[in-house]
Design a protein around this ligand. Structure first.
Ligand code: 13P
Ligand code: SF4
Length: 307
C-alpha cells in the first residue's frame, strides 16, 4: 500500500532534483524506499562510473560518506551532496599512513592496493583503488610482486588466494556486518533449506566464503540470482540487496541468517535527509585541491584498468 506521506516527500525530492539538475545515486544497501526514488542503484564500482559519466551538475550520493567523497574527487566541477554525514563506513578508517610507509620501506616494488571503502587521505597514499567487483582483475594486472592490500583483510585474502604468484600482505581491517555472519549460522539455515545455494560477498570471513557456491560484489550477487537456475539462496551480505533480488527474481526465495546483516550506517540515509540536502544544497562532500589531486590518480587508474 502506498503511503501518502511517502508519495508527498517523493514528489518533493523529484521536483527539487530537477530544479538542481541532480542525479540521485543509491547503493544496494540503503533502504528499499530510497532505492525506489534513485535514478540509479548499483554497487560501488557501477556508482563511481555513473557519477563520472552522468552529465548532471549535482550528484546526491545515497550511501556511506566515502562513496560521496570518491565522487567528489573524480568530479571537481560537480556538487556532491551527502544526505547524512554520520553515515560513515567504519572499515574506511581501518588503514593508517604509518603502516603504509613501513611497508614501502620494506619492499622496493610494493603496490599499495586500496579498497574504495577508505578515506581520501589513505587513497592519496595508494597506487590504485579497487572495489569488490574489480579487485582481482586489477591486482592481477599489476607488474608488482608485493602487494599491500588495505583496509579489508577479508577481501585481500580472497584476492590473494586466487593469485598465488603474488605476495599479498594483508591488513587487519574488516566489515562488522559481513564478519558477523558465521559458518555455524549458514549450516543451520542450510539444514532447514537444503535446496538453497550459499552466495556471499568477499568481505565475509574465510569460513563463510569457503562454503559458498558463489562469491561476488553486491551487483554480481544480484546478477547471479537472476541468471542461475536454483530457486533458493542463503544470502551472505547486507540485507538491502533483497529489494533488487526480489525484483529480478520474484519467484525465488532468499534467506538471511541473522538480524545482524544490516549496515546501520547505510540505513542512516532517509527520504527526509535527501529532501533536505536538495533543498539546502548541503551537506556537500569536500576535498582540498591538494588531496583531490593525489587521491584522483589511483581512482582514475581503477576506472582505466577495470574498463
Ligand atoms: P560493493 O562494492 O559490492 O557494492 O560493496 C560495498 C560495500 O560497502 C560492501 O560492504
Ligand atoms: Fe562499511 Fe560494511 Fe557497511 Fe559496507 S556493509 S558500508 S563495508 S560497514
Amino acid at each position: 500500500m502506498t503511503n501518502p506521506a511517502t508519495n508527498e516527500i517523493t514528489a518533493e525530492i523529484k521536483k527539487l532534483a530537477a530544479e538542481r539538475d541532480a542525479v540521485i545515486l543509491a547503493h544496494y544497501y540503503v533502504d528499499g524506499q530510497i532505492q525506489e526514488i534513485a535514478d540509479y542503484v548499483g554497487d560501488s564500482y557501477a556508482l563511481a562510473k555513473i557519477a563520472k559519466n552522468d552529465p548532471r551538475k549535482t550528484i546526491v550520493f545515497c550511501g556511506v560518506t566515502f562513496m560521496g567523497e570518491s565522487a567528489c574527487i573524480l568530479n571537481p566541477d560537480k556538487t556532491v551532496l551527502v544526505p547524512n554525514t554520520n553515515a560513515v563506513c567504519p572499515m574506511a578508517l581501518m588503514a593508517d599512513p604509518e603502516t603504509i610507509a613501513e611497508m614501502r620501506q620494506k619492499y622496493d616494488d610494493l603496490a599499495v592496493v586500496c579498497y574504495i571503502n577508505s578515506t581520501a587521505e589513505i587513497k592519496a597514499l595508494s597506487d590504485v583503488i579497487v572495489t569488490s567487483s574489480n579487485a582481482l582483475k586489477i591486482v592481477k594486472s599489476l607488474p608488482n610482486k608485493n602487494i599491500f592490500f588495505i583496509p579489508d583483510g577479508n577481501l585481500g585474502r580472497y584476492v590473494a588466494q586466487q593469485i598465488p604468484e603474488k605476495n599479498v600482505i594483508l591488513n587487519k581491517g574488516f566489515c562488522h556486518v559481513h564478519t558477523s555472519i558465521t559458518a555455524a549460522e549458514i549450516e543451520k539455515c542450510f539444514h532447514e533449506h537444503q535446496a538453497a545455494k550459499v552466495i556471499s560477498h568477499p568481505e565475509c570471513m574465510k569460513e563463510v566464503v569457503d562454503l559458498s557456491d558463489y562469491v561476488g560484489s553486491t551487483k554480481e550477487l544480484i546478477e547471479f540470482v537472476k541468471s542461475d537456475d536454483a530457486e533458493e539462496y542463503i544470502v551472505c551480505t547486507e540485507s538491502g540487496v533483497l529489494h533488487e533480488m526480489q525484483k529480478v527474481a520474484p519467484q525465488k526465495k532468499f534467506y538471511f541468517v541473522g538480524a545482524k546483516q544490516v549496515c546501520p550506517n547505510m540505513k542512516r540515509i532517509t527520504l527526509e535527509n535527501i529532501r533536505d540536502c536538495l533543498k539546502n544544497n548541503t551537506p556537500q562532500a569536500h576535498c582540498s585541491d591538494e588531496l583531490r589531486e593525489k587521491s584522483c590518480k589511483p581512482l582514475a587508474r581503477m576506472l582505466e584498468i577495470a574498463k
